[in-house]
Design a protein around this ligand. Structure first.
Ligand code: UD1
Length: 360
């Protein structure tokens, strides 16, 4: 039996690997090994997601933790090389664009183990984002480029990738979203007094937003104005919590701060919101899939399809521009189109491609 090693490490990875492992398991044809790098390690950033999503207990925990980019990447590489040498996998599957993704793909490629990249081809064109470097490197050395949308396919072609490597498979995160949506009821969120359809959700964690006091302050000013009109629920990422304290920033009383939430609790919150404000990549996609208006608090997006075929507006971090976007979002009418193949069946499509590849 051939062996696939799946790599998870940070919060946006778990919901991409869970449906894939389940679909591969259903074939009964492949042995699967799950490696958790430990890039994220707090219960609510890591283990809560593994539990919520029904992922198996990882076979290996590398325990790399937080560090500078070079140190974190190097630690994953050093530990992951040992696993690859011991397990001799026939394929390594990496997802998304975090440091663990790039680190694991580099190790596998140098050991001549084929790499499949789920979520290939997304580009913001902004190399100040560490994730953009991770995307470029991972795609360049991957053997199977599994793209979520036609724009991603176009990017890969424009960079010279051969058509034989590129597969348009759809968005695997939406598999997890559709599967868990029926459990995502608002009564799960204790201690946050909000009514369905009458509150906003805010998430912020990009270094470009929260590590610069001026930018963080401008965003909080806009959110403070929004909070005068509707409660804004703000689950706070650990990085963001540190910066709030360090800069001594005051938040408006209309902002309801919570600790990071698990997968289903967070889906409960977002799926009943009136509007979402975020600098996350995945949440732009989830709000499009849910048909909920989204303001992206960044200057660019690697997920332009959420603007052209979804509910997203890229508004940057200027207070007045964010508020203008908020007004437009509240006035938006009709149900926007959803991207093709964001249908809950992406894991099955990827599994067929992996099986074909390994049968060659
Ligand atoms: C990482 C990813 C980013 C992803 C985000 C999701 C990279 C380059 N960045 O950014 O793409 O969108 O995860 O959350 O891979 N911390 C904790 N507990 C944890 C994890 C982190 O307290 O479980 C704190 C640490 O102080 C750490 C800081 O948060 O230094 C930032 O964590 P890190 O993993 O370096 O980057 P993220 O901002 O989470």
């Amino acid at each position: 039996m051939k062996t696939i090693v799946h790599v998870i490490g940070a919060r946006p990875n778990y919901m991409k690997i869970a449906p894939l492992m389940e679909a591969v398991k259903a074939t009964g044809q492949l042995r699967q090994v799950l490696v958790n790098t430990g890039q994220h390690y707090d219960d609510m950033m890591a283990r809560a997601f593994v539990r919520d999503l029904g992922l198996p207990t990882p076979d290996y925990d590398l325990g790399v933790g937080s560090a500078s980019h070079a140190v974190q990447t190097a630690r994953v590489m050093m530990e992951f090389e040992k696993i690859c040498t011991a397990e001799k996998p026939d394929l390594v599957v990496v997802v998304g664009d975090v440091n663990s993704t790039m680190a694991a793909s580099l190790v596998a490629a140098k050991l001549l183990i084929p790499v499949a990249h789920v979520e290939a081809g997304l580009r913001s064109g902004d190399r100040t984002m560490p994730e953009e470097i991770n995307r470029l490197v991972t795609d360049r050395i991957s053997d199977l480029l599994l793209a979520p949308s036609p724009d991603a396919v176009e990017n890969l072609r424009a960079e010279g990738e051969p058509a034989s490597k590129i597969h348009l498979v759809g968005n695997i995160m939406i598999d997890s979203l559709l599967r868990h949506l029926p459990s995502a009821t608002l009564d799960r969120i204790k201690g946050v007094p909000v009514k369905a359809g009458h509150y906003a959700v805010l998430t912020l964690h990009r270094p470009s937003n929260v590590d610069t006091e001026d930018t963080f302050r401008r965003i909080l000013d806009a959110v403070g104005t929004i909070a005068n009109e509707m409660p804004v629920v703000f689950p706070v990422h650990p990085r963001t919590r540190q910066r709030l304290k360090e800069f001594g920033l005051d938040v408006s009383p209309g902002l309801l701060l919570t600790d990071p939430l698990g997968y289903i609790d967070f889906l409960s919150l977002t799926s009943h919101a009136r509007i979402i404000l975020t600098d996350s990549g995945g949440l732009q996609e989830e709000s499009t899939a849910l048909g909920i208006q989204c303001l992206t608090l960044r200057e660019n997006t690697e997920r332009p399809i959420t603007v052209t075929e979804g509910t997203n507006q890229v508004v940057g971090t200027d207070t007045a521009v964010i508020l203008a976007g908020f007004r437009r979002a509240l006035a938006a009418e009709g149900t926007p189109r959803k991207p093709d193949l964001w249908d809950g069946a992406t894991a099955g499509r990827i599994t067929r491609i992996l099986c074909d590849f390994l049968a060659r």
